[in-house]
Write a protein that binds this ligand. Structure first.
Ligand code: ADP
Ligand code: MG
Length: 757
């Protein structure tokens, strides 16, 4: 491999070695190269970042007397015999050998695809020769045996001293695949790593940062994880690679942040005598401390000639909408327009209704009886009639509408703004970076950006997923809410189920409204936006336990549940409405209106009600099959009740046997209404892959060592370092290795992960 001591060209050279395709230098046979490809390994760089998933301990060389099933052993023994046998049915060859340590013998078996390969082993395993045999002990026909061991014969193959020394090193165990076992991968990695020097391995973490943080070079970290001589070696190597993952990610986020800060935007300072003042004067409640603080941060951001990049996150029901609206009004006062992007047309329509209600005649600009300083709130969704759409488009383009609310339809080309000054993205997790970019492109100058989340997210996640944004938090809900009580109801407990439905009836008779939430629309439907928890088992034990459990019951569906509830005596003939994603916008609006007015006081719905549906009279929510929903989704869902002055009740009807993760999740939900605490629990209970989405489970350049939940301190340090670096060198021109590491991560789908979480 090309190595040059000349610093000027080292980087170029080493990049080449890194992207070199796997070839005979690493592994001879084309068939083997293909197998590597099935693991996503195509280049030397891929191979070197195919990390062991654990290390087997072989600190001492074992003797045969102390063998136990399941143990990874390395033993020095003498070959007694070796011969090829053929399987009776398939004719597949295997090598059967016996080795001895003098006192006892042990069976060895090596399965081979063809006769030639088997003969090859028999030639190596000459009776009388001494070697080192490593592998896992299992039991076959009542006898201990070592199957498919790796071995080295002393003398002509390896030096005894070297072999014995290496036998004490931790054994890296690699994610493997059929026909490409961990040991083969280990050998290939070693072959690829051996000739490399420090200069050959580009290091995305700049030298000054490494010095400051006492971090090893990437090269020595790779040696540490792939060819460790002690446990300390691989632990240090992992720590360094963990830092690197955080650092590369934070460097990209810092670069985006710096980029936005350099961009120009129209300053939209607050103005006295405008809409915002008029609005504040008529607010029917006092802003919470959190709302005031967030409001001040946002007001200051908007007054600067650079685009605001802010995340507003907080508790369900903490009043994010009002904070966002006040930001929009400041921009309108300054002569600009604000766009509010919602993930669904139900929510967009709901927002328009809420905003108009909050604004009163301030939203009737230009109309008879409207306020003189008033503006208009326009709505643009895909489901509008042509005429309606045309007049709304006109209001947006003319600037008559200071606030334009919409879904994806807002992104489509014909939508023009007179002067777009602020983009608010509500419940961000449904929008990607690209969509965000398209809306921002509709402004002459970069608009200010405010992103709000549906439920609280832990700080480490916010720092990772939304790391380029400044963060404002609303930790508390307004005082005077009567709160919400949550109980888990086992689905197979008849008396509790009876009580559940009679409770629904009582609430409605007292003037309340009841939500009944289902995971599906009808029996054939998979789900309707339900953020279903994947049930992929995490461990072998879990998988076995799952297999033993009775086959899963089908999930309850809206159409079926509504039908049975209509005639269910326990509900005493209450009117039952329906709401789901296959209805038209008008149908949905009517369903919500009927529910709010009490015409249909029971609403059977999918999770379309999850985001933002605000019916203060709703006091009870029954969630069927609650065990299949995600924790933050359940928290968001139950936030729909107990919003008025009457206390809310949430009943989680679930099939979650004690001790399962589902039971823990639901237990946590019943125990606290603190969304930040729940978000933390959720992260702990989930596997990392679920947290970060699909990109994380991809092959290269993804997070292998960094744990977003527990590595907050690492992320903090990496962010500080990355921001300092970017401040000094915004385009990272001095750090090409860092830049190419970023590009590699982004090319692998991290872009998606950054934008969507
Ligand atoms: P979320 O943060 O979940 O989006 P919303 O913005 O929908 O919450 O607010 C929930 C409800 O609380 C709304 O009805 C809103 O009008 C009301 N609200 C907002 N701020 C306050 C406050 N400071 N005091 C009382 N009620 C408030
Ligand atoms: Mg909201």
């Amino acid at each position: 491999m090309a190595t040059s001591k000349n610093k000027g060209i080292t980087y170029q050279d080493s990049v080449h070695t890194h992207v070199d395709p796997l070839d005979e230098r690493v592994h001879g046979k084309p068939a083997e190269v293909k197998k590597f490809a099935t693991l996503g390994i195509e280049t030397v760089g891929d191979l070197l970042s195919h990390y062991p998933w654990r290390y087997a301990d072989s600190r001492e060389v074992t003797d045969i007397a102390s063998l136990a099933v399941g143990r990874n052993v390395s033993l020095v023994a003498q070959v007694r015999s070796a011969e090829v046998k053929l399987a009776q049915r398939t004719g597949k060859p295997r090598v059967e050998a016996k080795v001895t340590d003098g006192a006892r013998t042990l069976d060895l078996v090596i399965f081979m695809p063809h006769r030639g390969a088997a003969d090859f082993h028999v030639k190596r395993l000459v009776p009388g020769s001494l070697g080192l045999f490593s592998g896992q002990i299992n039991i076959f026909n009542g006898r201990l045996q070592l199957a498919n061991p790796t071995y080295a014969i002393f003398g002509h193959e390896v030096d005894e001293a070297v072999a014995l020394e290496e036998a004490e090193w931790p054994i890296p165990i690699y994610p493997a695949t059929a026909g490409l076992e961990s040991d083969k991968i280990r050998a290939a990695v070693r072959a690829a790593l051996e000739p490399l020097t420090e200069q050959d391995v580009p290091d995305p973490v700049p030298e000054p940062v490494r010095a400051e943080r006492h971090l090893a070079s990437r090269w020595s970290a790779l040696r540490g994880v792939h060819v460790p001589q002690t446990e300390d070696d691989w632990r240090k190597g992992q720590a360094r690679l963990r830092y690197e993952e955080a650092f590369v990610l934070q460097a990209e986020l810092a670069r985006r942040r710096a980029h936005a800060q350099r961009e120009e935007s129209t300053a939209r300072p607050a103005r006295s005598g405008g809409l915002l003042e008029a609005f504040d004067a008529r607010l029917p409640f006092v802003l919470t401390d959190g709302q005031v603080a967030a409001g001040e941060q946002i007001a200051a951001d908007l007054a600067r000639p650079h685009p605001m990049q802010r995340l507003l996150q907080g508790e369900v029901g903490s009043g994010k909408t009002v904070v966002a609206l006040r930001a929009m009004l400041q921009v309108v006062d300054a002569g600009g327009q604000a766009a509010l992007l919602a993930p669904t047309s139900v929510l967009a329509t709901q927002h328009v209704r809420t905003l108009r209600a909050l604004l009163g005649d301030l939203a009737e600009g230009g109309l008879l009886g409207g306020s003189e300083i008033g503006t208009r709130v326009a709505l643009l969704t895909g489901a509008q009639s042509t005429a309606e759409r045309r007049s709304n488009l006109l209001e947006a383009a003319s600037g008559q509408a200071g606030i334009v609310v919409g879904t994806h339809a807002l992104l489509s080309d014909p939508v023009q703004f007179a002067d777009l000054g602020l983009v608010v993205i509500d419940e961000q997790h449904k929008f990607g970076v690209e969509q965000r970019g398209r809306l921002q492109a509709k402004a002459a100058n970069a608009p200010h950006l405010l992103v709000t989340t549906a439920t609280p997210i832990p700080r480490t996640v916010a720092m990772t997923v939304f790391g380029e944004l400044e963060i404002s938090e609303l930790r508390h809900v307004p005082a005077g809410r009567s709160g919400i009580t949550t109980h888990v109801v086992p689905a197979d407990n008849r008396p509790w189920m009876d009580r559940t439905w009679s409770r629904v009836r009582e609430e409605v008779e007292r003037g309340g409204r009841a939500f009944v939430v289902c995971a599906r629309i009808d029996a054939d439907e998979e789900s309707d936006g339900a953020d279903l928890v994947p049930d992929e088992p995490a461990t072998v034990e879990e998988a076995q336990a799952a297999a033993q459990r009775a086959p899963k019951k089908p999930l309850r569906a809206v159409l079926e549940v509504a039908e049975t509830l209509r005639t269910d005596p326990r509900l005493g003939g209450l009117e039952v409405g329906l709401l789901h994603g296959r209805m038209t916008s008008e149908e949905k609006d009517r369903a919500i209106a009927d529910f709010a007015s009490g015409r249909t006081p029971v609403l059977v719905s999918t999770t379309v009600i999850e985001v933002g549906v605000d019916v203060p009279a709703a006091t009870i929510m029954v969630i069927l099959d609650a065990h299949v929903f995600g924790l933050s989704q359940l928290h968001q869902l139950r936030g729909r009740v107990g919003r008025g002055s009457a206390p809310g009740l949430c009943l989680l009807v679930a099939d979650a046997p004690e001790g399962t993760v589902a039971a823990q999740r639901l237990g946590a939900l019943a125990a606290t209404t603190d969304g930040f605490e729940l978000a933390r629990v959720d992260l702990e209970l989930r596997k990392e892959g679920d947290v970060l989405g699909s990109a994380q489970s991809g092959k290269r350049g993804t997070l292998r060592f960094l744990r977003i939940v527990s590595d907050g301190a690492v992320i903090d340090r990496a962010r500080d370092d990355a921001r300092a670096l970017v401040e000094a060198d915004p385009e990272l021109t001095a750090w090409p290795a860092l830049r190419s590491a970023i590009d590699l991560q982004l090319a692998d789908g991290r872009e998606e992960f950054l934008g969507q979480s």
